[in-house]
Structures are given as structure tokens and as C-alpha cells.
Design a protein around this ligand. Structure first.
Ligand SMILES: [Zn+2]
Length: 301
């Protein structure tokens, strides 16, 4: 091969690599540029916007679109490859797709899994009643399905969902409120990711009648005080970025987040709504989110 042919072959293979990346919805490298690409054939049109260099890779193993070439080179699993136990059941975990909170665990048989995928409402199999049940069929506290995944060895299901109201029959938001470790600090423990826990604490402080708390003093002082603190902390964060240590950057970012949460609390807006707004910017919807906000007085199922 002469040089020109080699060069043409190299260019061809580079173009192919770019096309491959597009096929998977991964972003073509354009450092510093604002780009968006669309994963072909994707249900949720998950175009992703990116600033600067680096690519986003999503490893996916999805049940709702088996065989699909997903972005990031993820793989999907066929339903027939799932491992149901001797009773024909598989454990299914329901997780809030926006906050990451684990809501509940229940069992599915093949039919209830199929119903979950088709109706987009989490459907389980009751071992005591020996029948399928739609979560929320009596209480209205549905789990609207966003995505369904299998784990690495195909013996557990993860349902990413938009929960309506509380998910536990006790009226709690999730079923995991019984700490096994002694050290859990909250008065009313409820397993949840850190921002959701912080939000719960802020809500407690807001309604508390006893003593002084910094949060409560901010909330009582109102928008001007909270706004001033947000500006002050944002400025400290900016200065840390410019010339302080990584630890300082992280601490200041935490201060900004805390004060943002206090501001949201003042307006009675949940962190979840902010996550939903971010989701919309990623093109992954979130339109059911408003309806899914927990009612003021949670009703038990
Ligand atoms: Zn429960």
C-alpha cells in the first residue's frame, strides 16, 4: 500500500469510529464545543448536552428495549435469560429515578414483569395472595415506570420509577425505616440519599417549635436574608475555585447547596423538582413529577 491509500484507509476507519460513537449516542469529541447528539431509536430521545472535553458513558442493561444498541455500548438482556426462583419469582427493587431513593422491594413473576413493562406501572406478585397486584391499585400511590434494568447476573430487577405519594403501606415514603445500626442519628430514620435526608431535616426544623436553629432563623428572616447568604456562599465558592484548595472548593459547594435547599424550603419546593428540571435539560422528561409530589398528609395503603 502506498502512503495515499494508507492515509485514505486511516481516514475511513476514523470516520467509522465516529459513526460508531454516534450509533451509541456517545458524543463525538469536540473539546470546548457545545454539542448534542441523539441516540438513534431511543425511546426517550436522550440527547445529551456537554460542555468541554470528555464523554459521557452509560453502561446499560435494559429490559424495556431488549437487543437495542444503547448508548455507551451498554448491553440489554432478554427476558428469557432472567433467573426466576423455584417459585417462578424474581425480586424487584423500586427506586425513585430522580432522587435515587429506594422505595420498596417486592416480587415479580413473568406476567407481572410483562405487565410492568407494558403498562408502565409497577406490578408485582403477592406471595400471600398468590396473585398479581398493581402497586397503588387501592391507594393511588402508583410507581410510574421510567426504566427497568436487570442486575449483572439477571436475578434481580431494578425499576426506576416516578413514585406517587408514599410507597410503604405504613404511610412512610419508603419501606426502609428500621435501622439495624445503632448510630443512625435521625429521630425518624428513613433510608434516603443525602440531599433527601437533608431536606427532611430542614422540613423538621421548619415546623419545629422548640429552641433556636440556624435553618429556622434563616427561614424566619425570609428571602432577603436567604438570598444574601446564597450570594455570599456562591462568592466564597467562586473564590475557592480561583485560588484555594480542593477541600475548600468542596466545603464551599456544600455551603451553597445547603443554602439553596433552605431557599427551596422557603418556597415549599422540593429538591426533587430541581432534579426533574435537570432531567428535562438532559431530555429525559420528568413531566409526571409535579403530579408525583407527595401529598401533604400521606395516606397509608
Ligand atoms: Zn413498606
Amino acid at each position: 500500500m502506498n502512503d495515499d491509500v494508507q492515509k485514505a484507509a486511516k481516514q475511513q476507519s476514523e470516520r467509522q469510529r465516529e459513526a460508531d460513537r454516534d450509533e451509541r449516542g456517545e458524543l463525538v469529541e469536540q473539546p470546548g464545543a457545545l454539542t448534542h447528539t441523539r441516540a438513534r431509536g431511543s425511546r426517550n430521545a436522550p440527547w445529551t448536552r456537554r460542555l468541554g472535553a470528555g464523554s459521557l458513558i452509560f453502561a446499560r442493561r435494559r429490559l424495556d428495549a431488549p437487543g437495542r444498541c444503547d448508548y455507551g455500548g451498554g448491553m440489554s438482556i432478554k427476558q428469557e435469560d432472567l433467573k426466576f426462583d423455584s417459585a417462578g419469582l424474581i425480586p424487584a427493587i423500586a427506586q425513585d429515578w430522580l432522587t435515587g431513593e429506594v422505595r420498596m422491594m417486592a416480587w415479580m413473576d413473568r406476567a407481572s414483569l410483562q405487565a410492568t413493562l407494558e403498562t408502565k406501572r409497577a406490578t408485582f406478585f403477592s406471595r400471600s395472595r398468590q396473585r398479581a397486584w398493581v402497586k397503588g391499585e387501592e391507594s393511588g400511590n402508583f410507581l410510574h415506570v421510567r426504566d427497568v434494568y436487570a442486575d449483572c447476573d439477571g436475578d434481580t430487577i431494578l425499576v426506576l420509577c416516578e413514585p406517587v405519594g408514599p410507597s410503604c403501606h405504613t404511610g412512610r415514603r419508603n419501606c426502609f425505616f428500621q435501622p439495624l445500626a445503632e448510630s443512625t442519628p435521625e429521630e425518624e430514620p428513613l433510608a434516603a440519599p443525602i440531599l433527601a435526608r437533608l431536606e427532611r431535616i430542614l422540613i423538621d426544623r421548619q415546623s419545629s417549635t422548640e429552641g433556636k436553629s440556624y435553618t429556622k432563623s434563616l427561614l424566619s428572616a425570609g428571602p432577603p436574608k436567604i438570598g444574601a447568604k446564597v450570594r455570599e456562599e456562591a462568592d466564597e465558592f467562586a473564590r475557592a475555585l480561583e485560588g484555594e484548595t480542593d477541600d475548600r472548593v468542596v466545603e464551599e459547594a456544600a455551603d451553597v447547596l445547603y443554602h439553596l435547599l433552605v431557599g427551596l424550603r422557603l418556597r415549599d419546593q422540593s429538591v426533587r423538582r430541581v432534579f426533574a428540571a435537570l432531567g428535562r435539560r438532559l431530555g429525559v422528561g420528568g413531566h409526571e413529577e409535579k403530579a408525583a409530589r407527595a401529598p401533604k398528609a400521606p395516606k397509608a395503603e
